[in-house]
Design a protein around this ligand. Sequence first.
Ligand code: SF4
Length: 254
Amino acid sequence: MNQYLRNLGRIEFVVTLACTGRCKHCSEGDHRSGGAHIDGGAAAEAVRKICGEYQIKSLMTFGGEPLLYPEDVFKIHRAASEAGIPKRQIITNGFFSSDQKRIAEVAEKLAESGANAVLLSVDAFHQETIPIGPVKAFAEEVLSRGVNIRTQPAWLVSKEDGNAYNLKTREILANFSEIGIFPASGNVIFPEGNALKYLGEYFEKGEYVNPYREDPTDVRTVSIAPDGGLFGENIYTGDILATLREYSPEKFTE
Ligand code: SF4
């Protein structure tokens, strides 16, 4: 086994960078529609192969907005479920359609695919550009199918800070708690991308160390890009197991 991947236990898929939101705190900067999105069939195959060699404990799909490409998301979660990965998460802003029938259909198929933890990105920032009605409708459809769903807010400065954004976020979370969907711990906004551009005044000057950064010499998570890219190789054109076998820290990319 590659010593740098000795503790590999998690697979992530950035399904797409396209998004229905335009959040001012987004670490990815501007999201334009179009661009690459993950191929669910190839991604599912990669999941099966990785699980044949590594003890994978969790898998996540996210974006951008992953449910812009629901069929690909379902294929990935189905493969994860069949491969015995215990924790199968999706992070979504919950807004991919305003049509109630379509919302119910996607919730149904998501539940069937085996995704067992839905983290719903709702807060003051998301709801500046994302209407809460369809998000709540989706959340209720997911909940009614017995899938674990929690709100996943982004906090500004800290969870405890009393700035106007956090106050608004608490109001939004209360709205979901009323229907039985309670908050997960969420995350504190890190100063990069749009966050730095639009919310710079809330961050102190100086160096920030990204708390979510991997140690390139002890990689615990592989994160596959919308175009299939991983460590300078590609899951569509190469053998993922060879990519993992030949990984070395200088190939590490965020
Ligand atoms: S919903 Fe998420 S990915 Fe989309 S713009 Fe907002 S923070 Fe970025």
